[in-house]
Design a protein around this ligand. Structure first.
Ligand SMILES: Cc1cc2nc3c(=O)[nH]c(=O)nc-3n(C[C@H](O)[C@H](O)[C@H](O)COP(=O)(O)O)c2cc1C
Length: 357
């Protein structure tokens, strides 16, 4: 294996940096840009049979926020950003979407990249039919997203946020029985049971679990006194990285090192990719940072990960799970006695002079 190579189930990636789905993955030129930027895999914008989900793209809105929650100009020069969005699905009819996937898969193959078509669950029957069509078209893998943040806010039945392990198991089994190609199941992060959801997906035959989808958030605008962008929205940013790493490490602790996990939500650069690998991911998706700042984010993430691995004299595969496996429980930690006192403010003068005695 070369230094950055990794495996996700039975598939090999030239590096663990995945260009994850978003609006920048709607047009073929965008997908080609991500492939040419050097990503190990590229996930195209998702589809399903719901017209409401397509319609939602025409009502989509996006804002990047600075650390004080103030909107900043969208683009490469934005400061470290939280991204608040209300997204929709690809505008392409299914046949055109599938034809684009086939073309993108061929282009990706020329660059040793894996093209990943993505379905978002609306209703089970049509999802299975579309999955069969994806396989029949010769695509190498399928991502099945059953954990979008938006189900409670979007039109009924447009997208899904599955929260029950039983349901995740049933839906995964349905897909895995329908196709022979590897199925990557993308699950919600809006649950305290992310490892249980992952366990259910693997038990039902998922080849990988992508963890975890973004959260919903609502941000009051101080000027208008209304919610920013008018609704609750999907929210994500660099600050979500430790939450993702926690889920990766906890899932690895529960399931062992065998299952391939894909980390997503909060990675912004190559060092973040390394962090998610160390937590337990075999590959890592980046979406909003690329949509915000452009394709060089991917090129630089691969280069930065390579520099990190070189400095540590380790391969990317060597990193997987190292921090997750070193994680201890609170009671295993040494006693530090009054250490906590170093982390509280000094009492106010008034509190020292004004006593009850
Ligand atoms: C504007 C936008 C559109 C998205 N569209 C999709 C999509 O079509 N399918 C999907 O599975 N995930 C979609 N996502 C989720 C991302 O792929 C990713 O899971 C999420 O943004 C967290 O990763 P990040 O912190 O790298 O952005 C979208 C995210 C954003 C911000």
């Amino acid at each position: 294996m070369t230094r950055l190579e990794t495996r996700v189930g039975r598939l090999r990636l030239k590096n663990p940096v995945i260009a994850a789905a978003g609006e920048h993955m709607i047009d073929a030129a965008g997908i080609r840009s991500a492939i040419l930027a050097g990503a190990g895999a590229v996930v195209g914008k998702s589809t399903n049979e719901s017209e409401a989900a397509k319609d939602q793209l025409t009502r989509a809105e996006y804002v990047a926020l600075d650390p004080d929650w103030r909107p900043v100009t969208w683009g490469a020069d934005a400061p470290r950003a939280t991204v608040l969005t209300r997204s929709g699905l690809t505008p392409l009819p299914f046949d055109a979407w599938l034809a684009q996937c086939v073309e993108m898969d061929a282009f990706a193959g020329l660059h040793d990249c894996l093209y990943v078509p993505s379905l978002i669950l609306a209703a089970p029957g049509p999802a299975v039919e579309m999955a069969r069509a994806v396989q029949a078209a010769g695509l190498r893998v399928l991502e099945f997203n059953i954990g979008t943040p938006y189900a409670s806010q979007a039109a009924t039945g447009a997208v899904s946020t599955e929260l029950s392990p039983d349901r995740v198991g049933d839906l995964t089994r349905m897909m895995v029985q329908a196709v022979d190609i590897p199925v990557w199941v993308k699950i919600t992060g809006q649950s305290e049971r992310v490892p249980d959801l992952a366990a259910a997906a693997f038990a039902a035959g998922a080849e990988s679990v992508v963890m975890a989808g973004r959260a919903l958030g609502m941000l009051p605008d101080l000027d208008t006194m209304a919610p920013m962008l008018g609704t609750s929205c999907g929210i994500g940013g660099w600050w979500n990285l430790p939450l993702t790493c926690h889920w990766l490490a906890t899932t690895r602790a529960a399931l062992g090192p065998g299952p391939s996990l894909i980390g997503i939500n909060g990675a912004t650069n190559g060092e973040d990719v390394a962090r998610m690998l160390l937590a337990g991911a075999s590959a890592v998706g980046l979406s909003s940072e690329v949509m915000l700042r452009g394709w060089p984010v991917l090129t630089e993430a691969v280069a930065e990960l390579d520099r990190y691995c070189t400095a540590k004299n380790l391969t990317a595969a060597d990193l997987v799970g190292r921090a997750g496996d070193a994680r201890k429980r609170f009671a295993d930690m040494p006693k530090l006695d009054d250490h906590w006192r170093n982390f509280i403010p000094a009492p106010s003068d008034a509190a020292l002079t004004e006593t009850t005695t």
